[in-house]
Every structure is written in C-alpha cells, then in structure tokens.
Ligand binder design. Sequence first.
Ligand SMILES: CC(C)(COP(=O)(O)OP(=O)(O)OC[C@H]1O[C@@H](n2cnc3c(N)ncnc32)[C@H](O)[C@@H]1OP(=O)(O)O)[C@@H](O)C(=O)NCCC(=O)NCCS
Length: 172
Amino acid sequence: MTTLSTLRLTVRPLTQEDLPALVTYRNDPEVARYQGWALPYTPAMAQGLLSDNPLGVEGWVQRAIALKNGELIGDLALNRRGPQAEFGVTLSRHAQGHGYASEAIRALIHFAFHELNLHRVHASIDPRNQAVAGLLRHVGFRHEGTHLKSYCLRGEWTDDAIYAVLQEEWRA
Ligand SMILES: CC(C)(COP(=O)(O)OP(=O)(O)OC[C@H]1O[C@@H](n2cnc3c(N)ncnc32)[C@H](O)[C@@H]1OP(=O)(O)O)[C@@H](O)C(=O)NCCC(=O)NCCS
C-alpha cells in the first residue's frame, strides 16, 4: 500500500467510508462532463475502485485524494504499462481552484519518476476540458498532439489530446 503525503494532502487507498462522497461528486454533471464513466455513477461502480494494490503495479490503481483531516476531496489513478504510465484526476467541485490538483499530481509524478523510475507519464484529455489542460501545463506537461474523433464519450466521437512529460524533462 503506497501513501503519498504533501503539505495539505494525503494520497491513499480509497476506503468504504469514502464511497458515498465519491459517488456524489462523480454524479455532479460539471465534474463528469469530460470523464468516461457512465451516468448515473452507482455505488457498485465506486466499489470497483477499492484496491490495496500498490501504486506502480501494472494496470490501473486508484487512490483517494484527502485533506489531512481525512476528508475525501477527489481521486486519481495511475495506469502503469512497463516503463510508461497514464494518469487521471478528479476533484469534487467544492475542492477545485485551490491548487489541490497540482499538489497531488506533482507528488504522483515525483513518485513515478523517482520511486518507480518511469520513462514517461502522460494524460489523455478532451481538448474542450480547459481546466485539466491548464492544470497539466501548469505542472510541466507538453501537449504532444491530438487524435481526432478517436474516443467515444457517451455516444459522441470526441478528440483526444495527449499531454506528456519525460523523466529527463521533469528532473531538469
Ligand atoms: C481538472 C481538475 C482536477 C483541476 O482541478 P483544480 O482544482 O482546478 O486544479 P488546481 O487548483 O491545482 O489548478 C492548477 C492550474 O490549473 C489551471 N486551471 C484550473 N482550472 C482552470 C480552468 N477552468 N481553466 C483554465 N485553467 C484552469 C490553472 O493554470 C491553475 O493554475 P493557477 O491556480 O495558477 O491559475 C478539476 O477541474 C476537475 O476535477 N475537473 C473534473 C474532472 C476532470 O475532468 N478531470 C480530468 C480528467 S484527466
């Protein structure tokens, strides 16, 4: 079990107690707009995110983003494929705009490069999602390119923008 600690946050495995709050914010239309999960987002879907797998095993591993008092404010996930990984991040609406996403993502990327020694980390986003595009540029990701109408989001073919950072860029 891997826990990341930052000044204001703990990134830790999700628990059963986190799930009601997670289901609530994942059903918020503003939070869900550019995310791939089906709506309504059900407790059974949330249950499937519980895992004690350590961050950095192959495949998707989900983590809670919590304040130091334990309150769940969001979640992130890392999908390792050998020396590379993809990640995603979600914050509840009331927690957005306070720099929490940047703080959690910086800790995750630091862990990916310094502890896991990964070569490259990327995120795949809907280019209309200005919040996550701004977040990624803010923490040091490059826009590598955009695949046109390559992702089916709730029945609509949408563009898929790839943002990435290499270990050598992060360390520089
Ligand atoms: C993407 C998301 C996690 C960003 O969270 P956040 O709380 O706004 O992030 P931060 O406060 O750390 O913001 C970091 C930077 O992102 C950028 N940013 C945040 N919101 C923005 C917006 N709406 N438009 C443009 N840039 C934005 C800014 O550059 C900001 O830096 P600043 O504070 O110096 O201005 C949040 O909006 C969210 O959960 N959205 C819904 C889920 C989602 O779509 N996730 C992406 C899937 S990968």
